[in-house]
Design a protein around this ligand. Structure first.
Ligand code: PLP
Length: 401
C-alpha cells in the first residue's frame, strides 16, 4: 500500500501518452514532428478477420468468461504449432487486451516479488504495485544487450529464498527490440526451475520476430511459464482489445480459478464480434502466413536500416531481433550533452522534440535510472498498408514512388 501511494501510479499519466499530446501541440503550431514515440502497429488488420468482424457485428450475447470455446481451441492449436510447445485450450483465458490479463495474474498470485527487468515495458511495475505486490527491479545493461541474466535471478533468490517470485520476461522486448540467445534463455529457465520462480512470458511481439525463429519461453520451462499474446501487434488490432493467456496445468487449479474469478468480476467477457474475428485471425492459412511474413520483412529492413544509421552517426544501438523498437544509448555523448544542460533521458527527449521535432520516449519511462541517456525509438511511422501490398525491399518501394 505504501509503495502504491508513494509512486502514485493511479494518478501518473503514462509517459507514452504524454509524448503524443506534446507532439500534437507542436503540430497544431505548424511544426513538423518526426514521430518515433508512440508504438502502435503500422499495419492494417488482417483483412479476413475484418470480414468476420463485420459478419458478426450484430452478435449481442455475452460470451463465456474464459473466452469463446472455439477461440480458445484455435489459439491453443495456433500457438502449439508456431511455438512448438503444448497449449491446452482448457487453460487459455481470453481477455480485453493482454495488459489486463497481466494485471489479473499479478492480482491472483499470493504475496509475491515481481521481478521486473529495467528497461522493460512501462506498465509492469505500476501494475505490480497496484496489485499489492512487491516490484523488484533487475537492472540490465547495454553490454548484455539489455537482457537480465541468470545471475540476476540467482542473486535475488538467494537474498529472498522464502518469497514467491514471478519473473516478467518479454521478448522480443519493448523497449529494446531484443531477445536473449537460446543459451541465455535456457540458463534463465534453468535458474527459474531450480528456485521455483514462475515466469510470465509476455510474447505479444513473438510473431514479429524478424528473422529466424521466435523461441517461446514455455519451450524451455513449460511447467512454470504463463504466456501472454494477442492481436495487438502482429494483427495490427490494438484497439480491438483482445489478448490471450495460457496458464499451464502444472501451476494447479487454484491460481487459475482466481484468474477466472477476477475476470468474471471485472471484464465479464471480451466483445463477441471481436472474439469471432479472432477465431479467423488465429486460423493458419497461406494468406495469414504471407501477411505475417511481409510484416517481418518490412520491420526487419527498416529496423536494421535505422540501427545502422544511428551507429554510423555515433549513437550506439543494437540491431533489433523483432518488434518495432530500438533502444539507442547516448552515453558516449554524455559530456557534450551535459555542456548543453542535458543530464537525464527525460531532458534529452524533451529537447530533441523541441529543438529537432523528433519525438522519442525517455529510458526513464521504462525503469532506467533518470541519468542514463537512453531513449526508445519506435519505427512505425510509415505507410504499413502500402508496404503490406508491395513486394521486394522497402527501399525498392520508396524508389518507385
Ligand atoms: N506488453 C507489451 C510489452 C506491450 O508493448 C504492450 C502494448 O503496448 C502490451 C503488453 C499490451 O498489449 P495489449 O494491447 O494486448 O493489452
Amino acid at each position: 500500500e505504501a509503495a502504491y501511494a508513494k509512486d502514485d501510479d493511479a494518478t501518473r499519466a503514462s509517459d507514452t501518452l504524454l509524448i503524443n499530446e506534446q507532439s500534437r501541440l507542436l503540430e497544431s503550431e505548424g511544426k513538423r514532428v518526426y514521430k518515433f514515440g508512440f508504438g502502435q502497429s503500422p499495419f492494417p488488420v488482417f483483412a479476413p478477420a475484418v470480414d468476420t468482424l463485420a459478419e458478426h457485428a450484430a452478435d449481442k450475447d455475452y460470451l463465456p468468461v474464459q473466452g469463446l470455446p472455439a477461440l480458445r481451441h484455435q489459439v491453443a492449436t495456433f500457438h502449439g504449432e508456431v511455438d512448438a510447445t503444448p497449449w491446452e485450450a482448457s487453460r487459455v483465458v481470453v481477455g480485453p487486451g493482454s495488459k489486463l490479463l497481466l494485471f489479473a495474474l499479478m492480482k491472483a498470485l499470493p504475496e509475491a516479488d515481481i521481478l521486473i527487468p529495467a528497461p522493460s515495458w512501462v506498465s509492469y511495475a505500476p501494475q505490480a504495485r497496484m496489485a499489492g505486490q512487491r516490484a523488484v527491479r533487475l537492472e540490465a545493461t547495454f553490454e548484455t544487450r539489455w537482457q537480465v541474466t541468470a545471475e540476476h535471478i540467482e542473486a535475488h533468490c538467494q537474498a529472498e529464498p522464502e518469497r514467491l517470485k514471478l519473473l516478467v520476461f518479454n521478448a522480443p522486448g519493448n523497449p529494446t527490440g531484443l531477445a536473449p540467445t537460446v543459451d541465455e534463455q535456457r540458463r534463465l529457465a534453468d535458474v527459474a526451475r531450480r528456485h521455483g520462480v514462475l515466469v510470465l512470458a509476455d510474447e505479444i511481439y513473438g510473431l514479429l520476430q524478424h528473422r529466424g525463429e521466435h523461441r517461446a519461453f514455455a519451450r524451455d520451462y513449460p511447467e512454470g511459464t504463463v504466456t501472454t499474446g494477442g492481436l495487438s501487434k502482429w494483427c495490427g488490432a490494438g484497439g480491438w482489445r483482445l489478448g490471450v493467456m495460457h496458464v499451464p496445468t502444472g501451476l494447479g487449479s487454484e491460481l487459475f480459478a482466481r484468474m477466472l474469478g477476477i475476470a468474471s468480476e471485472t471484464w465479464s467477457s471480451v466483445t463477441s464480434p471481436v472474439q469471432q474475428a479472432a477465431v479467423t485471425a488465429y486460423t493458419r492459412t497461406a494468406a495469414l502466413d504471407a501477411y505475417q511474413q511481409r510484416q517481418r520483412e518490412v520491420l526487419s529492413e527498416i529496423g536494421q536500416w535505422c540501427a545502422a544509421r544511428l551507429n554510423a552517426a555515433n549513437v550506439r544501438t543494437h540491431a533489433p531481433d523483432g518488434g518495432f523498437y530500438l533502444f539507442p544509448d547516448f552515453e558516449v555523448h554524455r559530456q557534450a550533452l551535459a555542456a548543453r544542460g542535458i543530464t537525464t533521458s527525460a531532458e534529452l527527449t524533451r529537447r530533441l522534440l523541441e529543438e529537432a521535432g523528433v519525438a522519442l520516449l525517455p529510458g526513464s519511462a521504462f525503469g532506467c535510472d533518470p541519468g542514463q541517456l537512453t531513449v526508445r525509438l519506435a519505427y512505425v511511422d510509415f505507410d504499413g498498408a502500402a508496404l503490406l501490398q508491395s513486394t521486394g525491399t522497402v527501399m525498392d518501394h520508396e524508389a518507385s514512388r
